[in-house]
Design a protein around this ligand. Structure first.
Ligand code: AMP
Length: 190
């Protein structure tokens, strides 16, 4: 079983590369951002709660995210493994994920981080904002907040996996196919 954390700042290409990984390796996609947007679209209580944070570019509280992920893991059967996209985003979430997976006799195979400089991230997010319809992709201030939150709260998650010998950094700038080839090399080494 393969359980991969795809890591990186907003705009690093996690969604794009997740789709390719899923197509090649048959993994189950678990994107917390997508799950929140689905709840938002359906107008659930969870969606309304998350909206306050998402609209400002802040993180949704850990206990809310962790509960949603646990529900998804517990209700997915017959999976070859998960690709975690946009989760974990705090060290507390990473610790909770290890516990959740442990209950199912599973563990994280590795974390793959997409490395992209800040100026390129901002350009990509603004470009995506033209078609994504995401409020958090369209406002310069919110984009800056998301990058700041990433640096302050999410970057320590990389150290968490590095300590476990599970961290691999990849250049996230270039052709989508070339980046995917690099990712595949790492996955094939698990
Ligand atoms: P994303 O699509 O991954 O960029 O996520 C969009 C927004 O959803 C983020 O800016 C957060 O407000 C929220 N979100 C997604 N995943 C998480 C997470 N793991 N922890 C906290 N908030 C999250």
């Amino acid at each position: 079983m393969l359980n991969i954390v795809l890591f990186g700042p907003p705009g690093a290409g996690k969604g794009t590369q997740s789709e390719k990984i899923i197509a090649s390796y048959g993994l189950t996609h678990l994107s917390t951002g997508d799950l929140f947007r689905k709840h938002l679209g359906e107008g659930t209580d969870l969606g309304n709660l998350a909206k306050k944070y998402m609209d400002e570019g802040h993180l949704v509280p850990d206990e809310v995210v962790i509960q949603m992920v646990e529900h998804k893991i517990n209700t997915t059967d017959e999976s070859k493994g998960f690709i975690f996209d946009g989760f974990p985003r705090t060290t507390a979430q990473a610790e909770a994920l290890d516990v959740m997976l442990g209950k199912h006799g599973m563990k994280i195979s590795g974390m793959i981080a997409l490395d992209v400089p800040q100026d390129i991230l901002k350009e990509r997010i603004k470009e995506r904002g033209k078609t994504s319809g995401r409020a958090d992709d369209q406002d310069e201030e919110k984009i800056n907040t998301r990058i700041k939150v990433y640096l302050a709260e999410t970057l320590p998650v990389a150290a968490y996996y590095e300590k476990q010998g599970k961290f691999k950094n990849i250049n996230g700038v270039g052709k989508i196919e070339e980046i995917f080839d690099e990712i595949s090399r790492v996955i094939n080494s698990y």
